[in-house]
Design a protein around this ligand. Sequence first.
Ligand SMILES: Nc1nc2c(ncn2[C@@H]2O[C@H](COP(=O)(O)OP(=O)(O)OP(=O)(O)O)[C@@H](O)[C@H]2O)c(=O)[nH]1
Ligand SMILES: [Mg+2]
Length: 197
Amino acid sequence: MIVKIKDARYVGTMYDQLPELPQFAFAGRSNVGKSSLINLVLGRKALVRTSKQPGKTRNINFFQVDLLDLPSIHMVDLPGYGYAKVCAEMKSSWGGLASKYFHNNASLKLIILLVDIRRDLKEEEFMVLDLAKDSRCQSLLVITKADKLSRNKQRQRIDAITRQYDHEPVLSSALSREGIDPIWRAILAQIPRGPRT
Ligand SMILES: Nc1nc2c(ncn2[C@@H]2O[C@H](COP(=O)(O)OP(=O)(O)OP(=O)(O)O)[C@@H](O)[C@H]2O)c(=O)[nH]1
Ligand SMILES: [Mg+2]
């Protein structure tokens, strides 16, 4: 890995009093693999709870990550949206919660938006990208579950998704463990450096 992680731990939700650290938020459809991806980039098996049952993560959970020779950061696990069984009321409450989280959040440095390799970007993904833009926050698109398709099919899907996004997405898989370094590079690019580094 291109960074050395000294410690990573759950520290609370959006509503807790937490130190102001640069925040890196993971967003995406329910079951897309947000919690798995956070575990992957932290090199931890089960720091963040994952589930076969969509809609598991309902709070905005903060994890403090202490890095060697770099400032500490918060990784933020946003609840998944778009779960089919979720009623319209809950859908709008996701929007409300996300808007509240994004609004006036100067600590939010990068929104890492996840999309399943087998799906296109839909209305909800463009909504997240708009929220990021409104908050003048950078975004990174990560394509998850690459292992679900053959190399050939992967290429086709990456091309299709790239056409929708206009930037180079990162390909990842919690099974084959790819995508870790490019995600860290995007994170490091947004961490303020002290005079020593
Ligand atoms: N094959 C494969 N399965 C994955 C991958 N990433 C996650 N999964 C599986 O997908 C399911 C959902 O993963 P989670 O990480 O819990 O997804 P989430 O986005 O956090 O879901 P919510 O918290 O419900 O919004 C679990 O069964 C994971 O094991 C991957 O890269 N490849
Ligand atoms: Mg989750």
